[in-house]
Ligand binder design. Structure first.
Ligand code: G1P
Length: 272
């Protein structure tokens, strides 16, 4: 706030792409071809963003602005491959996923929460798909957080742990640091089987009075293979200010057209 008063959080840019574009690009790299945006009132700009901006593109074409036109390419989706459902009330992440149940059907599916952006050589979700192809079941991207921050995340009770792949013995949503079973937290990347849907359908309220995905997933432990995966890469929690600012720096430093100047101006701040 106040930026997200009238602009959806998913449309805030990191460098020059909105957060939603990072999520879709990551999913595409993982081989995903069908998308469902769970949105809410006031978020229609997300749908417009993935439409053809006919006038804009005609003007850019007439003026031979080829680099601007090229920058629009990732905003194109195959006709019919993206749908949107509205979550009419903010009843929690579990409820948001339940709203997409017709889209999900009986297939395994991935969830990407666009406020988590991951910088990595291979997209985080692609790494997870590789794990899923070996393990099946549920795969969650996980990372260690400082213990005092466990109350911001879903946290794992850890079984067998080979350093990369972790057996999920339990899951707790936003535990207080003193109650947290570990400091290994879930980031906004999930591959789940559709078996989660009947648990979500009960719409039971959990932490914060919301329908929590974590609670529904916890009910699947012991019934499907269930793993946490320490992905390679760096996650930026763009839902908080520091994470968002850090993402701007990190992503601009990997851009050839910007890195040099960004490095130079950062030096002038370090000197102060
Ligand atoms: C959600 C999930 C939480 C997860 C987090 C990752 O929380 O409920 O389990 O760790 O995303 O970003 P939220 O950020 O919506 O509070």
């Amino acid at each position: 706030m106040p930026a997200t008063k009238s602009v959806p959080k998913e449309m805030l840019p990191v460098v020059d792409r909105p957060l939603i574009q990072y999520a879709i690009d990551e999913a595409r790299e993982a081989g995903i071809e069908e998308f469902c945006l769970v949105s809410s009132r006031g978020k229609d700009s997300l749908i417009d963003y993935f439409d053809i901006a006919f006038e804009l593109e005609a003007t850019l074409t007439a003026r031979k602005k080829t680099s601007a036109l090229k920058a629009l390419e990732p905003t194109r989706v195959t006709p019919g491959s993206m749908i949107s459902v509205r979550q009419q009330e903010p009843l929690g992440l579990g409820h948001a996923i339940w709203c997409a149940r017709s889209f999900i059907g009986n297939d395994p599916f991935a969830i990407l929460l666009p406020d988590d952006v991951v910088q990595s050589k291979t997209s985080c979700l692609k790494q997870m798909v590789e794990v899923y192809n070996r393990t099946g079941g549920n795969v969650l991207a996980v990372t260690e957080v400082p213990r005092e921050k466990t109350d911001q995340y879903g946290v794992l009770d850890v079984g067998k742990d080979d350093g990369k792949l972790v057996e999920v013995k339990g899951l707790v949503e936003k535990p207080k640091p003193e109650d947290a079973p570990s400091n290994l937290s879930v980031i906004g990347r999930y591959i789940l089987t559709a078996d989660v849907l009947p648990h979500l359908a009960k719409l039971e309220k959990g932490a914060g009075g919301e329908v929590q995905l974590t609670d529904a997933m916890a009910k699947m432990i012991g019934h499907v293979p269930f793993h946490g995966f320490r992905y390679e890469g760096r996650r930026f929690d763009c839902g908080n200010k520091i994470g968002f600012l850090e993402a701007q720096i990190a992503f601009s430093l990997e851009r050839e057209d910007l890195a040099g100047e960004v490095r130079e101006f950062l030096k002038t701040y370090q000197a102060k």
